[in-house]
Ligand binder design. Sequence first.
Ligand code: ZN
Ligand code: ZN
Length: 255
Amino acid sequence: MENKRILSIPGYGYMYETHSHSKESSACARDSAVDMAKAHKTAGYTGMILTNHNWGGNTSVSRELSWSDFLDAFFEPYYLAKRWGDDNDFQVFPGYEAGYNGTEFLIYGLDIKWMHDHPEIRDASVEEQFEIVHAGGGIVVHAHPFREAFYIKEIRLYPEYIDAVEGVNAAHCPYNGLPDNTDFNVKALDYAQRLGKVITGGSDIHNVNLIGGGMAFPRKLKNINDFVSVLKCAGADDYRVTDGTRVWDACGGRL
Ligand SMILES: [Zn+2]
Ligand SMILES: [Zn+2]
């Protein structure tokens, strides 16, 4: 299986996977977080944000656990992958994908210790989530807003409760046997541009057969807060987004 589809984007030499899953915390994922980190490092990524399905999504962690125990189990693969990354010049950042009956959001920038002290996020509505995540210094990105799939009963949009739109989800593009759902991205890019919000891009990758999506930056990021800071006030040229074959600017303009 081809594993090296990383585009080299002149001036943007630091590529990050922003949407990845591992089997310890996502029931639909196939490989471990450490193996995911190894695969991304081999493929040429600088780093990876692990965004496993949370308590409202397809998590493989028991929802019966106390809040603290849930968080410990849920983020264990992140810590394992980070430890491997620290020893191997590869960055692993924490995040998660919040599920609301099939509508999903990528949450970046919440400190795990902060989450322990804010269990109210567990029962938050989409509207409350926006406030709580902001209070914790994070951002909310609507993941693949126009995906149509068996687990998504209806497309629901929350333009007032998101900071950015996942305009490019590489898993919607035909590659490695994936069906051609490129139109989901076309709609998402149009949505972001109509709202005047920046876009993100990721592979929604669930196994080590990487498909090459992600975001490329002109410098190495310091940590997840650095990623969030860049997104919060990004101009078109602050980063690039790719699905593995094509490139967009931060505002969703096709290059
Ligand atoms: Zn999944
Ligand atoms: Zn996902």
